[in-house]
Design a protein around this ligand. Structure first.
Ligand code: ZN
Length: 283
């Protein structure tokens, strides 16, 4: 009798533990979703860095964003903001680092959407510039999707320029899917594709997502910063390789035409203003 009641107690505990596990795991989705995270602003930039006079640009300041793609077969975090979450004190105060400022950290936004960093299957950066790598270390348990040229630069002997190696140090030991200037179908069904678009940096890449209701969306990283760069065919002053940038822009423009995708310039205030922010999502 005693053994039986112990057995029942053990069974009840196990069942409770299992259902708790089930509850904390995010619910599966039927079609892809995009969550848009807000990672602050970049203000006071000199538009001349982008080969544009101040009066040629409607909005000189940047918004900073990152995205979570949720797919029936897993998740992909694309970019990670600029200011590491460790810099926030939890009081809602604005954190300022040079030209960057933000009033909320990234991981709590991920949590509000229902995900922890340990739930994330894949992590990808558009590129290594420090306004995109702020919380890269948090995703080192995911499989990192990177172009070889980008990874080689990031972990090279002297990574120089707009770079903060400490923010992505943990990626060095991450499980990594290395691409050689190639595109990659992340979940194998063509709905989420990493597109190689080098030039801004050696292994810059963009993300093409096909949503069931909204249609296709292209997360452009820093292929462009201002819409005026696109309209006027102008490259920033600090491209790693301008010829590659021009070729990548031509490739992406052809892809936009072919798929009818919306172009989301990651730093563009006007694009960002039109989008629902996480925990709302697009599908
Ligand atoms: Zn950027």
């Amino acid at each position: 009798m005693r053994i039986r009641s112990i057995a029942i107690a053990v069974f009840a505990t196990l069942t409770a533990a299992l259902s708790l596990t089930a509850q904390t795991k995010p619910a599966a989705v039927k079609t892809p979703r995009i969550y848009v995270f807000e990672n602050g602003f970049i203000r006071g930039l000199d538009t001349k860095l982008f080969n544009l006079a101040r009066e040629e640009v409607k909005e000189p300041d940047f918004v900073n964003t990152s995205y979570l793609i949720v797919h029936p077969r897993g998740t992909l975090q694309f970019d990670s903001g600029g200011i590491p979450d460790s810099q926030f004190k939890g009081d809602g105060a604005l954190v300022v680092e040079g030209v960057q400022s933000a009033d909320k950290p990234l991981i709590p936004q991920l949590a509000a959407a229902g995900y922890k960093p340990s739930d994330i299957t894949y992590f990808a950066l558009s590129h290594y510039h420090s306004d995109h790598t702020g919380n890269a270390n948090a995703f080192a348990a995911a499989t990192w999707i990177t172009q070889k040229a980008e990874r080689d630069f990031m972990f090279g002997e002297k990574p120089e320029g707009i770079i903060q190696p400490a923010t992505y140090r943990a990626l060095r030991g991450a499980k990594t899917r290395i691409l050689n200037n190639e595109d990659f179908d992340v979940f194998g069904d063509g709905t989420v594709r990493v597109i190689s678009a080098p030039g801004h940096t050696p292994g810059h890449q963009v993300l093409l997502v096909r949503l069931a209701k909204r249609g296709s969306v292209l997360l452009a990283g820093d292929l462009y910063h201002y819409p005026e760069e696109r309209a006027k065919g102008i490259l920033p002053t600090f491209e790693f390789n301008g010829d590659q940038s021009r070729a990548s822009r031509a490739k992406v423009e052809a892809l936009l035409k072919q798929t009818g995708a919306e172009l989301w310039i990651e730093h563009d205030m006007a694009t960002h203003a039109r989008l629902p922010k996480s925990p709302a999502y697009l599908e």
